[in-house]
Ligand binder design. Structure first.
Ligand SMILES: Cc1cc2nc3c(=O)[nH]c(=O)nc-3n(C[C@H](O)[C@H](O)[C@H](O)COP(=O)(O)OP(=O)(O)OC[C@H]3O[C@@H](n4cnc5c(N)ncnc54)[C@H](O)[C@@H]3O)c2cc1C
Length: 337
């Protein structure tokens, strides 16, 4: 596949494929290189929560980015489903951010005050009111913030849909094609070499390699402070009575997914390891049943792990790479979920 392309994207996760889709809509000649299968890393491990409040301390540039992106979903979903033929299972169950310890009520109130200027709908609920909204909540939940607009989607479908829609529009998407070297002329990257020994010439390079971004430091001679933050997720079947909302509590979330319930996610310093461990998934389960005791009736279906591309300030690295004329960075989308 030696060829030339206007824009070359390294990384076939949700970031790389969504950029490819949007560029193709503008008529740009675009190609994507993915080392494994499209969407095989964080983008398919994700829980698919579209719940922007959690990672936000309050207003600021990250809030502007998250909330404007969040606001695009209701129109993006039908467009992408139509363009790809893939159902994204977008739904808006709303989220309850709960506490079980009365000593934590003041802190939850403080968070609500910080979030109020963001403009999302939010309601303060007592424990009793929270249980009226979500009968599966346990008896010791003593307060909650109800955010009815928070939503979710099927994450693996999203990345597949972006890739399919981009490809339907004419983007070239290469899986099992690892980029192993960059060729430069002055402060421009002119081509990328793949592990198969092929060369792709480009006018512009976009780096969207998720948690592996730091490996480009040596090629570009700039700092790209991205490191892996491991997350494990548990999928349960049951209980008989369905959960109606996404529940957050004690750094854990419990989300209804079709006939199952997803419990996530750990935050572990484990390098590039993606093994599922009994210890961490049992801890997730034990925490979840404190909030939703009916999960005792549920059955463990499966569990998986992925690597969030984490930056020191938890914000993404987006924009022109310093000192380079034609390189853009698009990585570091950690999210708190
Ligand atoms: C357990 C877990 C739960 C999460 N839950 C949520 C959630 O509910 N909501 C939310 O918004 N976010 C969530 N996230 C975060 C979300 O997954 C990430 O923000 C997002 O997937 C990042 O996408 P990406 O394309 O940057 O990375 P990735 O999906 O990791 O894609 C990067 C791709 O680049 C490829 N690549 C790397 N190097 C090369 C190379 N040299 N050549 C070719 N290809 C290369 C990799 O193989 C990989 O496929 C979660 C993450 C985890 C781990």
């Amino acid at each position: 596949m030696n060829h030339a392309t206007d824009v070359l994207i390294i990384g076939g996760g949700v970031v790389g494929t969504s950029i490819a889709y949007h560029l193709r809509k503008l008529g740009v000649d675009v190609s994507v290189l993915e080392r494994e299968e499209i969407g095989s890393q964080a983008s398919s491990a994700a829980a698919g929560l579209l719940a922007p409040l959690g990672p936000l301390p309050g207003p600021g540039p990250l809030a502007d980015l998250l909330l404007s992106s969040f606001a695009m979903f209701p129109s993006l979903v039908p467009e992408l489903e139509e363009a790809s033929g893939i159902h994204l299972e977008y739904e808006r169950p709303g989220a309850l951010r709960t506490v079980r310890n009365p000593k934590r009520i003041a802190n939850l109130k403080k968070r609500m005050k910080a979030w109020e200027p963001l403009g999302l709908q939010m309601y303060w609920l007592t424990g009793e009111e929270a249980r009226q909204h979500e009968p599966l909540l346990g008896p010791d939940v003593c307060a909650a913030i109800y955010a009815p607009e928070e939503s979710q989607i099927r994450a693996p479908q999203v990345v597949k849909a972006f890739a399919k829609a981009a490809s339907n529009l004419g983007a070239r998407i290469y899986s099992h094609s690892e980029a192993i070297n960059l060729h430069r002329e002055g402060n421009k990257i002119t081509s990328v070499c793949t592990i198969q020994g092929e060369t792709i010439a480009c006018n512009h390079l976009i780096l969207a390699p998720g948690t592996w971004a730091a490996q480009y430091e040596k090629w570009l001679n700039i700092s790209i402070p991205v490191s892996p933050l491991k997350g494990q997720i548990l999928l349960l079947q049951g209980p008989a009575q369905p959960l109606k909302h996404i529940i957050f509590g004690d750094a854990t979330y419990i989300a209804p997914k079709g006939n199952g319930i997803l419990v996530g996610a750990t935050k572990e310093e484990a390098g590039f390891d993606t093994q599922v461990t009994e210890k961490e998934t049992s801890l997730l389960y034990e925490t979840a049943i404190k909030f939703v005791p009916a999960l005792r009736e549920s059955r463990r279906e499966t569990a998986w792990a992925g690597l969030r591309p984490r930056t020191p300030d938890k914000g993404p690295l987006l924009g022109a790479a310093p000192n380079w004329k034609n390189v853009t960075l698009a990585t570091g989308h950690t999210m708190a979920s």
